[in-house]
Each structure stands twice: as C-alpha cells, then as structure tokens.
Design a protein around this ligand. Structure first.
Ligand code: HEC
Ligand code: HEC
Length: 457
C-alpha cells in the first residue's frame, strides 16, 4: 500500500480519520535505542484473573466466570469472527478504492497486496506480501515458506550474523543480497506459522499462560518469556507469537514482519534493515524512500484483519478420533499441547494497556492444542529471542507448536523438516521424551487412533 493513503471522501472521513489518529497515537513508541528497545520494562501485568484451561490429571484454576464462555468462531471461509465487519464484496476492492481500516475485507486486501520498491519494499526482503507466506486454504494461515536464520556461538554466548540473525533471501539490487558468513555455523530454517485465530490468542491473559506453566509437572514446565510490547511504553508481556514466543502483541509482530519480511519501515520499526551490517537505507542509492515508509496504517490493517480471523476448524470427529484424543491426553501430550483455553473477559486491558479485549474475542473457548510456552524438546535451533543475557536460555527452546489446523500442513516442526506426524513425535526428546516413549510403547491400533486424532485437527 502506498504511504500516501487516500482517505475516503464524505461523512465517513471524520470518523475514519479519528480512528486513524487514535490508533497511530496509541502506537507512538517511546524513544529507545535499537539495543534496548526489546528489553521489556517492568514485569508482565496479570491482565485479570487466570481463566479456565485444560490440564488432564493436573491442577489448574477453574475460574467460574459469571457468563459461560462461548466457543470461538472457527472456519476456513474468509469470513470475519465478528471483531471487524466483513465490508464490501472482496472482489470489488482495488488499490484505488481500498480503505485499509474499514473492514475485514479491506484488511485482507492489504495483507494480500504485493508491494514494490516504490512502496518501500526492500532493499533487503523475503517476499512481496504477507499472504505470500501466510496462505493455505485461506489467507492468514501457515505455509511451507521458510526463513533463514544464522549466527554463531562462542563460549556459550550467541552472536547474530552481521545485521541480525534473519538472513533476508532477496534484495532489490544484486550487490546487496545477503550471504551467510562461513563462521556463522548456527544455521536454521523456520517455517511460516499460522495467524488464523491469533486475535483470540492475543486475548488470552498473561495470568492464564503463567497459570498453565505453573500447572505443568516441574520437569516439563514451560518458559513464559517476558517481551516488550512495543506499542505501549515497552512494558513487559508474556510472548506467545512466533516459534520463540518473541512477541506478545499482533501490532508488535506485524510491524516487525513488515520490516523484516518486506523491508517496509513503520512507526514501531522505523530503522531500515542492513545488508550484512552495511547501511543500505534512505540516503544510499538502494533506498529512495525516507523512513517510516508506512505511517502505520498498513500495519494496523494487518492487525485488524488477523484479529478478525476465525480459528482453524476441526475435521470430522469419528470414534477413532475421539478415542485417539483420550490416549493423547493419557500419555501426556496434552501437558504441552493444551486442548482448551478461555480468553480474558471482554473489557480487560492487555498489551500493557494498549488494547482492550473486545466483546467478539473475550470469554471465548479456544482449542489451540498449545500452551504458548517455550520448551526444550531437543529441537532448539540455538538462536535466542534476543542475543542478550536475559534471553540466553531461549536458544534451546521452541514454542509448543499449536496443533490446530495440523491436517492442512505437511512440513512439520519449526524447520519444516519432518514429513509425517510420526516423524515429528519421534523428534520429541528432553521435556518431550516421556510422552514420546509412552507413544512408542502403545500398540499399533492405539498409535493409529492418535494419528487419526492428529489428522482431524
Ligand atoms: C517470507 C515469509 C513471510 C512473510 C512475507 C511474512 N511472514 Fe509472518 N511469519 C513467517 C514466519 C517464518 C513466521 C515464524 C517466524 C518465527 O517465529 O521466527 C511468521 C510468523 C508470523 C506471526 C506469528 C504468528 C504465530 O502465532 O506464531 C504473525 C502474526 C505474522 N507472521 C504476521 C505477518 C504479517 C502481518 C506479514 C506481512 C507484513 C507477514 N507475517 C509476512 C513468514 C512470513
Ligand atoms: C514438553 C512439551 C511437549 C510434549 C509433552 C509434547 N509436545 Fe509435541 N511439540 C512440542 C514442541 C515444543 C513442538 C515444536 C518443536 C519444534 O518445532 O522444533 C512440538 C511439535 C509437535 C508436532 C508438530 C506440529 C507442527 O505443526 O509442526 C506434533 C505433531 C506434535 N508435537 C505432537 C505431539 C504428540 C502426539 C505428543 C505426545 C506423544 C506431543 N507432541 C508431546 C512440545 C511438546
């Protein structure tokens, strides 16, 4: 989307402009240096009482809300979950009439829109649109597209490759395409995660996630990393998005992605990426546009869209699937792959006060099959959230992959290198070893029921 966004003419202009201004004011980051902006300030707030979650055989608070939670909306149908209105027929939206902050369909258009160098794409980037990596069945989902991350460790301390551990795979000029240095021996791929239903995930209170952690057996307890919510004043929140739980809010993640996947700067990520540490931003021959290349409108449109998406829908629940889930619970898979979590009540301030849980997303029951915590199951890629001492332990950890939508994916685990669910299970070691061993000790019939269950997700 060009940064010279054309606002709609007519009466709606006042309302739209007001929304735009408030949302942009809400985003204004406190000036922080690149070195310290990701270090969270203070401790994460509780964000209200912990809500219900399932933990077979374990303890857990059962908060009885005055209003019974409703099931979250699910479906692969490109229809809104009710947070934002559906908007005009998607096929009628064009680059000239799109109104980014108007509706789900407008947000989806911006999420799918292919950017060019004139819009700020690059100088280094990965692909041209969010949907290029987040589309499968429908826009917003996971995909097989993998990013490349590298660095090296010395005396147990991780050092990112020059300019950051993310190696952008493309550039707008041939001489600034990034290459991996021979000494950067820590090398990994991370495949694109799902964003469908992430508006609900954002509305899980920090207190619920820490209560899940506290209910896990000590040797399988997850880590709830406290990360900076960039649109607030950098206060801490419990990270839950990305393979490393590296962000707590969708606005922080979307701003990060706009820069790091597409090379487009916006208020929360105002500094252009380098090419292997060399400055290639505005003022050099590589970048014609001053920062920020987008005023924050596109990022807010991505967020509005993602917050309005329905969660992945289940396949048919046959008797084998039903019994398979019981066995999945019995052998300890559900300690990490938590089947049921209830979001915070509508009206609860989250994200360091920068967002309030809306009615459409509050007090909803989700079935993500994840605790949104980091675990060491022996697959850690060696790269921490940030190369700073407080995040060092995250190098060996990966977020419990949410299993919702599993049947739509055929490259599994963070690196996409497992081709079948059985391969993925066999890679569970350390904190996942007991569950893997319990799975392997089952008879063929019971194993098949668990696989049937996984294939229904
Ligand atoms: C080149 C591929 C690529 C593009 C383009 C891309 N993403 Fe992603 N996205 C990924 C990958 C890979 C991850 C997981 C990254 C990680 O955890 O290190 C991810 C994760 C996410 C997540 C976290 C979801 C979750 O629950 O884990 C969000 C939100 C997201 N992307 C939003 C966006 C938005 C918004 C855009 C467009 C500005 C975008 N992405 C563009 C590849 C991409
Ligand atoms: C200690 C926590 C833990 C337990 C217990 C656990 N898992 Fe996992 N699971 C994870 C983590 C963490 C990942 C992601 C690892 C990675 O990507 O490197 C994962 C990934 C997976 C995946 C791949 C999903 C995808 O989208 O790529 C499947 C399938 C899976 N687990 C099934 C199971 C089954 C079945 C069991 C029980 C036998 C189980 N898990 C037990 C933590 C756990």
């Amino acid at each position: 989307m060009k940064s010279t966004a054309i606002l709609p003419i007519g009466l709606a202009i006042v309302a739209t402009a007001a929304v735009l201004i408030t949302s942009l004011e809400g985003q204004a980051p406190t000036k922080k240096t690149p070195e310290n902006r990701f270090i969270p300030r203070g401790r994460a707030a509780a964000e209200g009482p912990a809500q219900f979650f399932s933990m077979p055989g374990g303890k857990g608070p059962v908060n009885s809300p005055s209003v019974r939670p409703r099931e979250a909306e699910t479906g692969f149908d490109s229809l809104t979950n009710g947070y934002f209105e559906q908007g005009p027929d998607f096929d009628t939206i064009t680059e000239d009439n799109v109104d980014p902050l108007r509706s789900y369909n407008d947000g989806r258009f911006i999420f799918e829109e292919k950017e060019t160098a004139e819009d700020g794409l690059g100088p280094t980037y990965n692909t041209q649109s969010c949907a290029a990596c987040h589309q499968n069945i429908v826009t917003g989902a996971a995909s097989q597209v993998a990013e490349h991350r590298t660095g090296h460790s010395f005396n147990g301390v991780f050092f990112e490759s020059p300019g950051g551990s993310l190696i952008q795979s493309r550039a707008t000029f041939p001489d600034i395409v990034e290459h991996v240095l021979p000494e950067d021996a820590t090398r990994t791929f991370r495949i694109s995660t799902n964003t469908l239903g992430d508006g609900y995930v954002e509305c899980i209170s920090d207190s619920t996630i820490t209560a899940i952690r506290d209910a896990q057996p000590p040797d399988q307890q997850g880590t709830a990393p406290e990360v900076a919510v960039l649109e607030g004043d950098g206060t801490a929140g419990i990270g839950r998005f990305g393979w490393k739980c590296q962000h707590r809010s969708l606005l922080s993640f979307a701003s990060d992605a706009y820069l790091n996947e597409m090379g487009i700067t916006s208020p929360l990520f105002p500094d252009e990426d380098t090419s292997q540490g060399e400055f290639v931003g505005f003022g050099t021959i590589y970048d014609p546009l001053p920062e920020p290349e987008n005023d924050g409108t596109d990022v807010q449109a991505f967020v509005n869209f993602m917050r309005s998406t329905k969660a992945p829908a289940r396949g048919p629940i046959t008797p084998d699937v039903f019994f398979g889930e019981h066995k999945f619970n019995n052998i300890g898979c559900a300690v990490c792959h938590v089947s049921t979590i209830v979001t915070a009540a509508a009206g609860t301030p989250i994200n360091g006060g920068a967002f309030t849980v809306p009615a459409a997303l509050g007090n909803r029951t989700l079935h993500p099959y994840s605790d949104f915590l980091l675990h060491d199951i022996g697959t850690g890629d060696g790269i921490p959230i940030e190369p700073t001492p407080e995040f060092a332990s995250t190098a060996t950890q990966i977020r419990t992959a949410p299993l919702w939508g599993l049947r739509t994916r055929n490259r599994l685990m963070h690196d996409g290198l497992s081709s079948t669910t059985d391969d993925a299970i066999q890679r569970h070691d350390v904190q996942g070893a007991a569950a893997r061993d319990a799975f392997n000790a089952l008879g063929d019939f019971q194993k098949a029921q668990i696989i049937d269950f996984l294939d229904s997700l």
